[in-house]
Design a protein around this ligand. Structure first.
Ligand code: NCD
Length: 319
């Protein structure tokens, strides 16, 4: 097995073989999770702390279930009620937690780069559960696993990422991952929601859904991130739905067996038609949630193995 990292801070530092290693292990955790007894002891004796400085439903629940299935002691910090509200800095909070000897720290933070900074201050393995508009590595990995299982491969696919690309860490991590695995990625959305410098990314960019969706295997929709906008990005939600909302008519331009994805939470009737989102013949949105648990189990398992082998190496050197 090759996965040589202390932390999982982004997709950027991962080698394609490491991505494959992680997804292969995640496949085995899908099987475990579908069984009657959902337990392994891969993280037995380890302490996992989840620190979410931003709201989250599925990601936090997914990390919590993943840790519990692998036998870790899991603790969720209630950040709303924490000393952060009393003015404590991120670093002070991290140092306080570090003194309690966690092994795995799962962090979501509204500022890009905050999780990397924190990783430099603690001794344990840090997993980025989304930092600002930067990266959301476990989301890209769960999307990759979902695509690989639905399409039977994770290379040479035409994949469209649609909507609010500019504000999306999900889009960024996916672009990096899908590019590393040699897929052709297209971005579709209004020019106001495309990040600056997009032409340097080596992807095709469209502002028309019908044109952009032609012949794609995978349609990945994104949430319109209203909380990261200060107005003026779109004329109105109605107009946005009309031009960029995915419905059966627009999907008809993609390949006949194209799958529909969305990381959640969804704005039904804004970026996606509710009926299409629920259509199990086209939509793999619920599969993405299932794969999320398995991918997080795999990520924490691999980091824990590295923790143990570096502990063993240190003990050996001190002996
Ligand atoms: C995403 C996130 O928080 O980055 N959601 C998720 O993790 N499933 C996407 C979003 O908020 O739109």
């Amino acid at each position: 097995m090759t996965f040589r990292h202390k932390h999982l801070l982004g997709i950027e530092p991962l080698h394609p073989t490491e991505i494959t290693t992680l997804l292969d292990l995640a496949d085995s955790y899908v099987d475990l999770s579908r069984g009657a007894a959902k337990h392994s002891n891969a993280l037995a004796g380890l302490t996992q702390i989840n620190m979410f400085f931003e709201n989250s439903t599925r990601t936090q629940a997914s990390f919590e279930i993943a840790g519990k299935r692998l036998g870790a002691d899991v603790m969720n910090m209630a950040m709303q009620a924490s000393s952060i509200k009393k003015g404590e800095t991120l670093i002070d909070t991290a140092l306080t937690l570090n003194a309690m000897h966690p092994d795995l720290l799962v962090v979501r933070h509204p500022h890009s780069g905050a999780v990397d900074l924190l990783a430099q201050k603690v001794n344990c393995a840090v997993l980025n559960a989304g930092d600002g508009q930067h990266e959301h590595p476990t989301q890209a990995l769960l999307d990759a696993l979902t695509i690989r299982r639905a399409k039977g491969r994770l290379h040479r696919l035409n994949i469209a990422i649609c909507g609010d690309i500019a504000h999306s860490r999900v889009a960024r991590s996916n672009l990096i991952l899908l590019g590393k695995m040699e897929n052709r990625v297209r971005l579709i959305g209004p020019p106001t929601l495309m990040p600056a410098g997009i032409s340097e990314l080596g992807v095709e960019v469209y502002d028309d859904m019908e044109e952009g969706l032609k012949d794609v295997d995978v349609v990945m929709m994104l949430r319109l991130q209203k909380e990261r906008m200060d107005g003026g990005f779109i004329p109105s939600e109605r107009e946005y739905y009309h031009r960029y909302g995915l419905d059966a008519a627009k999907l008809a331009h993609a390949k006949e067996d194209a799958i529909v994805m969305h990381p959640g939470p969804m704005n039904r009737g804004v970026e996606i038609d509710g009926t299409l989102a629920d259509d199990i013949n086209r939509s793999v949105i619920q599969d993405q949630v299932e794969m999320g648990v398995a991918v997080r189990m795999a990520a924490m398992d691999l980091l824990a193995r590295n923790l143990r082998s570096s502990d063993a190496a240190r003990d050996g050197a001190n002996a």
